[in-house]
Design a protein around this ligand. Structure first.
Ligand code: SAH
Ligand code: SF4
Length: 361
């Protein structure tokens, strides 16, 4: 017997082709799409607009899967973290970060990460493999299952309102699957998360920045973390391959493309490394040089076992933020979420055996 094919992760065109292959009319493809992605149905028997025959045929040929929940943890601030396992036993983490009446699901794109940033827990776990489009989409679907948000509610009334592609992995190292997944997640006939409510964060794989945004229309965030090449290369080895100039040129191009005409930068505040007023001034000069309308999210560093960096004191972060704001740059200070369950930025990791920080190149 041939193995059944997984439906989650198939594009609209691929679903249409499967339906045609079964000898069914094209409108059945649209219905199936809605059952999968609008209703979140996982049982063919409950697809009531299909004949008994078609339901049986689908069940014979296909599966509708979610990742297996290995553990689920709830933080004191209501942030929720899942450790998910896929069919081959590989594991990743997904986080839900609730705000008052909405919230963001933070999804992973790879098992581990090849970029190896010195401050990042995920980076200390070497890359195992890319996630498939289905594995990326199904993280969000499993989160929706947990909050019973099926069928897709109206935008204004959903708790799971936003998606941040900021979990484990470098999304621009997994272009094809991430693009396919984002198209499914933002399709108006299904899960229907608006493109403007999706933010993808990258460490700066310069040549892939503009193609990703052109293909998906989502918002971009760049993990900058340092005001010059020398410092950035120390903490992000990828900077040797794609130095600041290349990343910022791509950002400038993105800025022209995107309706809001500004670029969001994440800036991790590391004690005595990148948190002085001189660093802030150098950062602003850089933005001027590359003509970028920048917004900075100042992130408190989240420590993890084995990492040698320390978080900047709150007073330094405030002074840094004020210096940027004085020059009309937005620079909100991000409050870490889910720290008690290691769900905050840079704390995600799915293997227990590698405890040390990554070595330099
Ligand atoms: N690989 C992508 C997306 C995942 S990381 C990227 O690097 O942008 C999401 C964000 O968490 C990035 O801005 C990353 O720099 C930040 N981050 C990593 N380690 C962190 C830590 N220990 N504390 C706080 N933020 C961290
Ligand atoms: Fe990879 Fe992002 Fe972590 Fe760097 S910060 S190691 S790119 S997941």
């Amino acid at each position: 017997m041939t193995e059944k094919k997984e439906l989650i992760g198939l594009s609209k065109e691929e679903i249409a082709a499967e339906i045609e292959h079964l000898g069914e009319k094209p409108f059945r493809a649209k219905q199936l799409w809605q059952w999968l992605y609008f209703h979140g149905e996982t049982d063919f028997e409950k697809m009531s607009s299909f004949s008994k025959d078609l339901r049986a045929k689908l069940a014979e040929n296909f599966t509708i899967s979610r990742p297996k929940i290995v553990t689920e943890q709830l933080s004191s601030d209501k942030t929720r973290k899942w450790l998910f396992e896929f069919k081959d036993g590989q594991r990743i983490e997904t986080v839900y970060i609730p705000e008052e009446d909405r919230g963001a699901v933070c999804i992973s794109t790879q098992v581990g990460c090849a970029v190896g940033c010195k401050f990042c827990h995920t980076g200390s776990q070497k890359i195992t493999r890319n996630l498939t489009a289905g594995e990326i989409v199904s993280q969000f679907m499993a989160a929706r299952d947990a909050y019973h948000e099926w069928p897709s509610p109206k935008d204004e009334t959903r708790y799971l309102s936003n998606i941040v592609v900021m979990g484990m992995g470098e999304p621009l190292h997994n272009m094809e699957n991430v693009i396919k997944a984002l198209k499914i997640l933002t399709d108006g006939d299904g899960i229907a998360i608006s493109k403007r409510r999706v933010t993808l964060s990258t460490s700066g794989i310069a040549p892939n920045i503009v193609p990703m945004i052109q293909a998906t229309g989502v918002k971009l965030a760049i993990s900058l973390h340092a005001p010059n090449n020398e410092k950035r290369s120390q903490i992000m080895p990828i900077n040797k391959r794609y130095p600041l100039e290349e990343v910022l040129k791509a950002c400038h191009e993105y800025q022209q493309l995107d309706g809001s005409h500004f670029v969001t930068f994440e800036y991790l505040m590391l004690k005595d490394f990148n948190d002085s007023l001189d660093d802030a001034r150098e950062l602003m000069a850089l933005m001027k040089k590359f003509q970028i309308n920048a917004k900075f999210n100042l992130i408190a560093f989240n420590p993890w076992p084995g990492c040698s960096y320390e978080p900047s004191p709150q007073s330094r972060i405030i002074a840094f933020s004020k210096e940027l704001q004085k020059n009309r740059f937005a620079a909100p200070i991000r409050v870490p979420r889910g720290q008690d369950i290691l769900a905050a930025c840079g704390q995600l990791k799915s293997k227990k055996d590698e405890k040390t920080a990554p070595k330099g190149e």
